[in-house]
Design a protein around this ligand. Sequence first.
Ligand SMILES: [Zn+2]
Ligand SMILES: [Zn+2]
Length: 248
Amino acid sequence: MKILFLGTNGWYATELGNTTSTLICSDDFYIILDAGDGIYKIDQYIIEKKPIILFLSHIHLDHIIGLHSFAKFHFNQEIKIYGYKGTIDGLNFIIKHPYSSPFSELPLNIKIHNLDEGKHNIGFPFTCKLLVHADPCLGYRLEIEDKIVTYCTDTGLCPNLFELARDADIFITECSYKPGQEEWGWPHLKPEEAAEVASKSKVKRLILTHFDASVYKTIRDRKKAEEKAKKLFPEIKSAFDGLELTIN
Ligand SMILES: [Zn+2]
Ligand SMILES: [Zn+2]
């Protein structure tokens, strides 16, 4: 499978990147992790008729604002959107007149589903659990092509984060704070905390994304975070918009 990082900023877009969105191209599905404004690029990669699955961590605007761009897409296949309880009401409240075209007016086959915590199977198994954030936020552990891909943003350290990451082949998580930064707002991770989770949960690879746009202003800032975390967990990479990983 291929994993493409289309948006790697947290909070807002800058010249460095769009807000969070990641596309997994697997044998049978296109799986999208969050709908920050980087999601507008998916039509460069979604060329087959495989079902499109969109997992939303939560409905803070930097994770859903890209839904506004769906009017540009011409996909015929079903698009299923999954998020925690309240996602159906939340999206239908924001993605409508006078803010945007409601999904019902687009020539797309979109269905939104609310999820409870736990194990699910939608053609592939996955587990989702609540993380710790300012509003309810789900972390996901996906079982795709005999690999475990864990995706957890936005969150502070919490037991479910360690559990979802356990033995994952790829652990994609957030890096909102800078190394050693004093936490000033909502629960988020520093790079050394992401590395601690990766190490204790024995993941194979750690990828950092969702870099807070107000403190990560250059690629060099992201590299410094990577270098700090590397001391605790060597198999780490900081993502950037356009990063492509092939997982075999
Ligand atoms: Zn966010
Ligand atoms: Zn958030």
